[in-house]
Ligand binder design. Structure first.
Ligand SMILES: Cc1ncc(COP(=O)(O)O)c(C=O)c1O
Length: 388
């Protein structure tokens, strides 16, 4: 039989990391020792008390049944308490908090709740690829907001044409930012609230990296701004905060109507997060203050090794205040893809070409600080040996 794919699939390029994985596999088969700085997946283990709680909770038969769609009220209450302690913002756990199977799940589903075919969605470029793809799946049209160094990698909202803003349903923002590692302060969020109110746009703030920040810096929540709760939703994740990427648990907080419609989409698609994992998530918030110093200190040391080395080599990079990403300019004469290929082929180093995050990422590549310090040093030595 002729297998015909849906048009929506034809529109979508293969997931960025799936392509890189294919290349990595080829190199590994050739016996090359790869240093993988390509994907933002912490190499460090989940802290022990969280694992212990999962072991205990998985023995309880009450946790073997379908979970509630929106998440256990105990989990949502724990989340609301953490949020108030961390950001000073109160949420009603019943109506304003929703458990997610990782924040990616919520981000992927939200356009289905609010975007009609032909509606615009404002999407940062470069940006986490799911914003664009989830928009396309819903039949929406992504309108790309360039993130440029001269603007601190913040979108310039005043440059969005009035005709687009009027037809836009959602605005995605993400700070601390992947892939640029930029941060946003409250005045930017204030601008976003005013813009969203003026144009009746729902703000989707992706805060997956809010707890990966250095030197005592505490990234703010979008909801610290007055008026944000009427127009926004914020996605959070336990993945990077507690080294739990494989566990699949995150949550959304925000305007009760927005949360409720996203919940309605989810009830028709998934059946919630395994309760034992929710209980382990509760243990994470109970046991630890975030950001976790033991995790942050390790990334900070790796960051410093890499920044020093890359600068010695003559590459242009700013030390990030948050996230475990380095956003580095490619040397003159190379495209992002060419330079990433050079690193892979001549250095056995996996880095992500910036254009994989959107057109405006061209001219950069991203490295994740997800290998130990020794391997970071080795990566620098290998890059030093490459001629470019
Ligand atoms: C910006 C951003 N948002 C969301 C996610 C998804 O994280 P998770 O689904 O594990 O919560 C990631 C993962 O890399 C990310 O980089």
């Amino acid at each position: 039989m002729q297998i015909e794919t849906a048009k929506r699939i034809d529109q979508i390029p293969p997931y960025l990391f799936a392509e890189i994985d294919k290349k990595k596999e080829e190199m590994r088969k050739k016996g090359i020792d790869l240093i993988d700085l390509g994907i933002g997946d912490p190499d460090l283990p989940t802290p022990k008390p969280i694992i212990e709680q999962l072991k205990k909770s998985s023995d309880d038969p009450r946790n073997h049944r379908y979970p509630s769609y929106e998440g256990m009220i105990e989990f949502r209450t724990e989340v609301a308490q953490w949020f108030e302690k961390r950001f000073g913002v109160k949420f009603n756990p019943q109506a304003e908090v929703l458990a997610l199977i990782g924040s990616k799940e919520g981000i992927a589903h939200i356009p289905l709740a609010f975007v009609n075919p032909g509606d615009y969605v404002l999407v940062p470029s470069p940006g986490y690829p799911v914003y664009r793809v989830s928009t396309l799946f819903a039949g929406g049209i992504p309108y790309f907001l360039p993130l440029r160094k001269e603007n601190g990698f913040l979108p310039s909202l005043s440059e969005i044409p009035e005709s687009i803003a009027q037809k836009a349903k959602l605005l995605f923002i993400n700070y601390p930012n992947n892939p640029t590692s930029a941060i946003a302060e409250k005045p930017f969020f204030e601008e976003v609230v005013a813009f969203a109110q003026r144009h009746q746009i729902i703000v989707c703030h992706d805060a997956a990296y809010s707890e990966v920040a250095f030197g005592g810096y505490r990234p703010p929540s979008f909801f610290e701004i007055e008026g944000a709760k009427e127009i926004g939703i914020e996605f959070h994740s336990l993945s990077k905060t507690f080294n739990m990427t494989g566990w699949r648990i995150g949550f959304a907080v925000g305007c009760s109507e927005i949360i409720s419609v996203l919940g309605r989409v989810k009830t028709n698609i998934d059946s919630g997060v395994f309760q034992a994992i929710q209980e382990a998530g509760m243990a994470a918030f109970r046991h630890f203050d975030t950001p976790l110093p033991e995790i942050i200190d390790i990334y900070e040391r790796r960051r410093d090794v890499m920044i020093r080395g890359l600068r010695e080599i003559g590459l242009e990079v700013d030390p990030p205040k948050a996230t475990f990403y380095l956003w580095i300019r490619v040397p003159r004469g190379y495209t992002s893809a060419q330079f990433a290929a050079l690193l892979l082929e001549q250095g056995g180093i996996v880095a992500t070409p910036g254009n994989g995050f959107g057109e405006e990422g061209e001219g950069y590549f991203r490295m994740a600080l997800t290998v130990d310090e020794k391997r970071c040093k080795e990566a620098i030595e290998r890059i030093k040996r490459i001629k470019f």
